[in-house]
Design a binder for this molecule. Sequence first.
Ligand code: EAX
Length: 323
Amino acid sequence: MTFRALALGLGLAFGLTAAASAQTVMKINISTAQNSHQGIAIDTFAKEVEKRTGGRYKIQTFYNGSLGGERESVEAVQLGTQELTFTSTGPIPNFVPDVQILDVPFLFRDKAHARAVLDGPIGQDLLKKFDAKGLKGLAWAENGFRHMTNSKRDIKEPADVKGLKMRTMENPVHITAYKALGIITTPMAFPEVFTALQQGTVDGQENPLSVIISAKFEQVQKYLSLTGHVYSPCIFLMNKGAFEKLSPADQQAFIEAAKEGTKANRAKVDEDDTNGVALLRGKGMNVDENVDKPAFVKAMAGVESDFEKKFGKANMDRIRNYK
Ligand code: EAX
């Protein structure tokens, strides 16, 4: 081997090592467990980002609120101390007020309706609203429809929730609506909820089957009523500066990876909705599937018209009538 060839060989080897180590590591987190609909969302996202960028980007995944609750995480992403998070819209109104229209109770007929709105022009316009707040909304995903659980009684109609002390998300739309029902609202970050239920700090909480199951709330709650009172969107969020540093092709890769994460997330929510009731009954929960929903809609009519004034009736109708 000539000296030249040796030098070239070494140079190549060195170059390859340099390329292999030129990997950017980013963090993403959730409040729920890895085996949840949120876990599959970020695991799929991480896998797809690595695949679609040839391994130049590695996404580290964190679960169970180990990096903080949802509000703290959105703050961290906004500041850039963390690149990514996957969150419900619980804390989003404090950052991007326009998005809170999605948190209005009984706005969506079913998951298909909500998904169509989020994937269509309305949802895509709302994603762009994050830009002005130092955030990049990569894709909408979901928790599903929220239902009430508590340790006191079977909830069948609005009168049953009066005086119940319930943990709510730190979400002004939810809090306003639940107060109108006579619920004593106690906003709290998700990682604190299990203990609060266990210790009786609150009587109940509300979340989709997907969250109830993965958080094992059946261990600390006796009653579940399928109130389906509000749809709970989730979102893949990225620090805007970090997103803008990506090449256009890599930006596309991150967006596509988030969309793949959403597909897996929605499939898991569907699975949990299909199997959840039997599963939770099997674990001893009292599940009521015959809630008087029209009575809940009626009981919220007052706040509903307040929301129409606040968010614009035309905007709410546009979502309600979206096909
Ligand atoms: O991770 O805080 C909540 O109740 C939300 O549903 C959250 O997404 C659970």
